[in-house]
Design a binder for this molecule. Structure first.
Ligand SMILES: [Zn+2]
Length: 176
């Protein structure tokens, strides 16, 4: 009789595709800079931070790259996700946890982004957009692979991803 006990068979390999080794490290906004904003109560445009309690859930959080949950304390703030100053230093609205985040990004690409249309821009060491590499990535067509391809170009320092319609900042990708 065939032995059907589970311990006699090797465990199946996990099927979670995003656990593979990435050459890109994905982060949200800079957490030290976020701590300073929470401390000062003023955003990058000089506006007072005005926290509110989330009664809807599913806001896209740019601090921890999670979606918010009902009851979270949030704030919509003006933010520039650039580590330098210059003509290409854009700013725009993002949603953050007003007080603290439930987790810290682990460097992997959160799966929901693969299902959202994204614009990718590569920024060079000269603090400008590397225009020849910019692209629109449709849902399910390999967002992470596109990011890794851009980061393989030595002219690129980092890649930023933005939502297509609203134009809001999504995340930053750097070489792992
Ligand atoms: Zn957060």
């Amino acid at each position: 009789m065939k032995d059907m006990t589970p311990t006699s068979a090797p465990a199946p390999a996990p099927a979670r595709i995003h656990t593979r080794t990435q050459s890109a490290r994905i982060t949200g906004i800079d957490l030290d800079e976020l701590a300073r904003l929470r401390e000062s109560g003023v955003d990058h445009d000089g506006n007072p931070v005005q926290p509110f309690t989330d009664d809807e859930g599913d806001w896209p959080m740019r601090c921890c790259l999670t979606d918010s949950r009902v009851g979270d304390r949030l704030a919509i703030v003006n933010w520039s996700p650039f580590p330098w100053h210059g003509a290409y230093r854009a700013a725009g609205p993002i949603v953050i946890h007003a007080d603290r985040c439930p987790s810290v990004p682990d460097g992997s690409l959160p799966e929901p982004f693969e299902q959202r249309r994204q614009i990718l821009r590569g920024y060079g060491h000269h603090h400008r957009i590397v225009y020849r590499l910019g692209r629109l990535v449709e849902p399910g067509t390999g967002l992470l692979a596109a990011i890794e391809e851009m980061l393989a170009d030595p002219e690129v320092d980092f890649v930023q991803s933005h939502n297509v319609l609203a134009g809001c900042y999504s995340f930053t990708a750097r070489r792992a």
